[in-house]
Design a protein around this ligand. Structure first.
Ligand code: FAD
Length: 393
């Protein structure tokens, strides 16, 4: 099945509409987000007020069809919003991005009844959640998951543990990848995806204390004879879970790439400001060639990351197959985030090491972009395989 058959084709927004939307988001970031970032990040505090504001802005329904109450944004506009917010605070975008992975799974693969039941509440932010794939023994190798769902009359009974799940504590509903047939060969044919709201038998285990990506909760989810109706099986047919869970990854990778763009551009912005006010040897450090070399590289990397990301997003919006493009964008933009934040740290000298300055947050947050939505090791393998496939000898 081609991607254009499984995705809703989304037209570009008229430029003036997109501009107005980005202007609104930008004003919100300046007024309500920037003043409170450090307090929340340093205290690892969940930003309730900001979450409510994001719901009012419609961000929990950003890519959900208007028919189901969402904004129905094209990937290009969505990526611009994510990059903009991430250039000031990447972690807060994780709260609606992880949630949208759940929504996209239902939108693309759910039955009409499931879409009507769940999407409007997800779009409004009344229900928030995420995507629960990873287990203690299965991250990159998703097919190694052990969580089981066993049919019992009109229900399924689910047992097992998920780990590292974003929005795990504050979210109330997750797309849950399980094994419905443990003996299936190949293994992916025995996997199914469920819409799993919190209820008896579904508890939150450990909350992770992380290096960065603060304020958004990452937690273990524990399922002990958790019972849900068979009507929560996405698409209503067993054995499709692996493709349903990974089917949203192109958009997921464009999203992570956009976060990388934001971090790379934000690091550049902070370094540019600092280099013009900090003086050594009687002149601003921006006038020393060693610093100019760094800034020259940073500007180029940020620009290249942006171009690759919007190239992938445009391909996605056209309905083209874009796993290679999304992989390249995700790989390059995340590495650009890491390199630019590190170079900015060097430009800040000793002050980079103080929590009074913001740059240390960018440095702590950036590395996650190399891990999420498929590690950068896997991205390069995917890019290479696709490239070879598109260029047969
Ligand atoms: C902050 C945070 C939030 C997260 N949020 C979520 C979430 O919301 N939902 C969710 O399901 N998961 C989430 N994850 C989990 C994340 O998706 C996994 O950590 C990631 O997929 C990597 O899996 P792993 O940690 O088990 O590493 P492993 O799979 O054990 O990989 C370890 C290393 O080996 C490399 N490697 C593994 N296999 C291969 C191979 N075949 N070829 C080459 N190299 C290989 C990897 O690239 C990596 O360098 C989150 C993780 C973090 C840190």
């Amino acid at each position: 099945m081609s991607n254009s058959e499984t995705r809703t084709a989304v037209a570009q927004l008229p430029p003036e509409e997109e501009e107005a939307l980005l202007h609104t988001i930008s004003r919100w970031v300046d007024r309500d987000v920037r003043p409170v970032v450090m307090k929340h990040d340093h205290g690892d505090i969940w930003p309730e007020e900001i979450v409510n504001q994001m719901a009012e802005l419609g961000l929990f329904g950003a890519v959900i069809d208007p028919e189901y109450g969402g904004l129905g944004l094209p990937a290009v506009t969505y990526a611009k919003i994510v990059a903009l917010i991430s250039s000031y605070w990447m972690a807060v975008t994780g709260i609606f991005n992880s949630h949208l992975m759940l929504a996209v799974a239902i939108q693309r693969f759910g039955t009409e009844e499931q879409k009507r039941e769940w999407l409007p509440k997800l779009a409004s932010g009344e229900i928030r959640g995420g995507l629960a794939l990873t287990e203690p023994n299965a991250g990159t190798d998703l097919q190694a998951i052990r969580m089981t769902a066993v049919r019992d009359g009109d229900d399924y009974v689910i047992n097992g543990t998920k780990t590292w799940i974003s929005n795990g504590v504050h979210g109330s509903c997750f797309a849950l990848l399980v094994k419905t047939d443990q003996s299936a060969d190949p293994r992916y044919k025995g996997m199914s995806l469920f819409i799993a709201p919190k209820a008896d038998g579904f508890t939150v285990g450990k909350k992770f204390d992380k290096l960065g990506y603060k304020s958004i909760d990452s937690a273990e989810l524990v399922f002990d004879n958790y019972r849900i109706p068979a009507t929560n099986l996405i698409g209503g047919v067993e054995g499709k879970g692996f493709f349903q869970a990974t089917g949203g990854l192109e958009l997921g990778r464009i999203n992570v790439a956009a976060r990388g763009v934001g971090l790379a551009e934000g690091s550049l912005r902070l370094a540019t400001e600092y280099a013009q006010v900090r003086e050594t040897m009687g002149k601003p450090i921006a006038e020393h060639q060693a610093i100019q070399l760094k800034i020259g590289e940073m500007v180029t990397r940020a620009r290249a990351a942006r171009l690759l990301t919007f190239d992938a997003a445009e391909a996605y919006d056209r309905g083209d197959r874009c796993d290679m493009e999304a992989g390249m964008a995700k790989y390059y933009a995340s590495e650009a985030a890491v390199r630019n934040s590190e170079e900015a740290m060097r430009i800040f000298g000793g002050y980079a090491y103080s929590k009074e300055y913001e740059i240390e947050r960018y440095y702590r947050d950036a590395l996650l972009m190399c891990i999420g939505e498929g590690t950068n090791e896997m991205q390069r393998i995917i890019i290479s395989k696709q490239w070879i496939k598109r260029n047969p000898a």
